[in-house]
Every structure is written in C-alpha cells, then in structure tokens.
Design a protein around this ligand. Structure first.
Ligand SMILES: Cc1ncc(COP(=O)(O)O)c(C=O)c1O
Length: 390
C-alpha cells in the first residue's frame, strides 16, 4: 500500500496514542530497511531496542518459522521445550535461580513488584510493601509500573495510582537512606535511565543502593528491559556494576522481535510464587521463546565485545560531530544532547526524511541500533545525522 493511503487507513482506525514518523516501513534486513517508496534507511532504533539481531536475521526467522509450524502455543498448563530451555539458558547465564515469563517489559516489572511484596509478606507479614524508584525513571504503562515510573508527566489522568511507591533523585544517597523506612521491601532501578535521557547511574550510587539493601533486608530489583540482553555490551548492564540483584527484568531484545518479558529471581525468591499466585496465558509462548533462544545463543563474549567496540566507536564519532554537545550511555545505548537548543525530535524527523531512523529520549537523540549493525552502516547513519545537524 502506498504511504499516504496507509497513513489515512491507520489514522482512521488505530488509536492515536502514538506520534508516528511520516514513514511506512515495508521490509528490512539487518540494520537496513525500506519504506513504501523503496527508500533505504539505516536503522538506529532496532524497533526501540527490540531487534537485537536486526531485521529478519536468517537463523532467527528460520527458528521462529519452524516453531510456528510445529507448536505455536499450548498454554502454561503443559510443559513446552522452548520455554524450559530459554529459562535454563537465562539462569545459567546469570546465576539467578528462576524465571517467570511474561509478554512485555511492563508485565515483567509488574511481576517483579508482586514478587517483592509477596516475599516481604511471607517473611515479615503485612505493611512492608513500599517500593522506592528513581525520579526520572521509566518502568512501563500498566497501573503498577506507571506508578513506579518516577515522572510526574505520567501521573496524570489515571488516578488513583498504587499506594506504597516513593521516588528519590538518582545520585542522592542521603534521600535514598531517608526513604528506606521500615515499610520498604524493594528498591527498583534502571542501571541507565533510558527514556529519562540515557543517563547511567554512577558506580558510587549503585554501591550505596546495594549496601542499603543489604543493611535493611531490602530487595534490589534491576529493570533491564531496555539495557538488557546485550544492549550495553554485557548480557545485563548490572554486570558493569558488579551487582548481585534479587530480581532482574528483561523484555525488548529478549525475543529478537517477538513479544516476551521475563522476571528472573535469585535464590532468596526462588519459591516466592506457588501455583495460582501469578500467571499469564501467553507467557513462555513457544514461538517467542524460540526467537529468544537464537538471540541468547548469539550473545557470546566475542559478540558482546564487538557491541562494546562499536558503541565506543559511535560515541567517539558523535563526540566529534558538529552540533553535538554531550554523549552519554554505554555500549550501543547512547544519548546525545544537541548544541544551541536544536530540537531532538525535529532532528530525528529530518533524519527519517533522509534515510536514517532515529529515537529521542527527553531532549536528546537516542541511539539503539541493532547489535549486528556493521561498521559501514554506523558510518553511513552517522553521515546522515551529520548532514542534518550542519
Ligand atoms: C526500562 C524500561 N522498563 C519498562 C519498559 C516497558 O516495556 P514495555 O513497553 O515492553 O511494556 C520500558 C519500555 O521502554 C523500559 O525502557
């Protein structure tokens, strides 16, 4: 369908909850895709951090197609191999004990919040249900995760929000200590505030969080929905900090383009849920898990080393680019603030007209390219950005 016709059709029937770029994407391979006019685009978005192996990686597509032709769904009333194998892969990789599969990042975080509260209830009885999150954080769009999200702009319209959440500014250990009262059962952090502007937490602050959790028997939940599954050049970004979280959540890249979320639990919470305590019809879906198996198999040390190298290369080139003020992030999760108040959203829209798909986060440009992007494609994309910024 031609772009204007598709746009009209979409606008007629799809809820206008998204501001779309003026592009219809038809197909893609790796870090390159084509729009409805046949125009070629370099992809610096990976479908918002999802397509870790790029568009239609041959092994991924084959595994997903094969699984879809064999068993597409059976429900959690039965054992299915892709689910068990992916869970085993994740526990082996992380040293965590158990996995609950959901279908999105918000659902994985929802599960983490419920598990933290249940663990505390089992151990201490009622009333110790507080969760501390960071100001400027983002944890999802369900009622619990929107409450957990530490941004006032999300706390409109949908009142009442959940009880028991409090927010502290990142890097403020004093405020964190004050907030960690006897009612608090968990602290939930993104290692890099993603939607908040690609701002990595400092090692010192993360160290303070970990000590506080230890001291007061507070659970540490690390939301790796955006940072996880290779994005920062480690399987999980918490590894950069030497952390041992109690709960880790993942989604986005885990399925390589299919909906999946996961909450991973350490030994302390290995038996937190009994049958009936939590569930999901689609969680652990065989096709999504088959995609996840290809993604997780690909992310070996050599692959992750290349993610770090390519991320460093991109960051360095961005630092030297005219119009770029500052670059933040880790691996292939980067943010760039712009000189002279240039609007990141306008720049991204102009890039889309010129063959480069870009993201923004607050007033920054955000870079989440497919992890398989080639050096040449990085150069090509950055050349488009440079031409827009002059
Ligand atoms: C850190 C973080 N947590 C949770 C979410 C929500 O994930 P989903 O949109 O899959 O529900 C996001 C999405 O951007 C995220 O970046």
């Amino acid at each position: 369908m031609e772009h204007e016709a598709l746009k009209k059709k979409d606008n007629e029937s799809v809820m206008r909850s998204y501001a779309r770029y003026d592009v219809s994407i038809i197909e893609g391979k790796g870090a390159v895709c084509y729009d409805s006019s046949g125009k070629r685009h370099i992809d610096f978005t990976a479908g918002i951090g999802v397509n870790a192996l790029g568009f239609c990686d041959p092994k991924w597509s084959a595994a997903v197609a094969a699984q879809a032709s064999r068993l597409q769904h059976a429900s959690n009333l039965f054992y299915t191999e892709p689910c068990a194998t992916l869970a085993g892969r994740l526990t082996e990789r992380t040293g965590l004990a158990k996995v609950f599969f959901a279908n999105s990042g918000a659902e994985a975080n929802e599960c983490a919040i419920k598990a933290a509260r249940k663990h505390s209830f089992d151990k201490y009885g009622g009333g110790r249900h507080g969760i501390i999150t960071l100001e400027n954080s983002f944890h999802g769009r369900t009622m619990a995760t929107i409450t957990a999200t530490g941004q006032d702009s999300f706390h409109k319209y949908f009142n009442p929000f959940l009880d028991g959440f409090s927010y502290v500014p990142a890097e403020d250990a004093g405020r964190l200590r004050e907030a960690a009262t006897e009612e608090v059962c968990a602290i939930m952090i993104e290692p890099i505030l993603g939607e908040g502007g690609v701002i990595p937490l400092s090692r010192e602050f993360v160290g303070e969080i970990e000590s506080l959790c230890c001291e007061r028997d507070i659970l540490l939940i690390v939301d790796e929905v955006q940072t996880g599954v290779g994005r920062t050049g480690r399987f999980f970004a918490y590894e950069h900090y030497g952390l041992s979280p109690d709960i880790v959540t993942a989604a986005k890249a885990l399925g390589g383009g299919l909906p999946i979320g996961a909450a991973l639990f350490g030994e302390k919470l290995a038996s937190v849920f009994a049958p009936g305590d939590h569930g999901s019809t689609f969680g652990g879906n065989p096709v999504s898990c088959a995609g996840g198996l290809v993604v997780t198999e690909r992310l070996d040390d050599a692959f992750l080393g290349e993610v770090r190298d390519k991320g460093d290369y991109m960051a360095e080139k961005l630092r030297r680019m005219k119009g770029v003020k500052e670059v933040s992030g880790l691996g292939m999760m980067l943010g760039a603030s712009l000189e002279g108040g240039a609007g990141a959203k306008d720049v991204a829209a102009e890039c889309a007209r010129n063959g480069l798909l870009m993201l923004t986060a607050k007033d920054k440009l955000r870079f989440l390219p497919p992890l398989v992007i080639s050096w040449e494609e990085i150069d090509e994309g950055l050349a488009v950005l440079a031409s827009v910024l002059v």
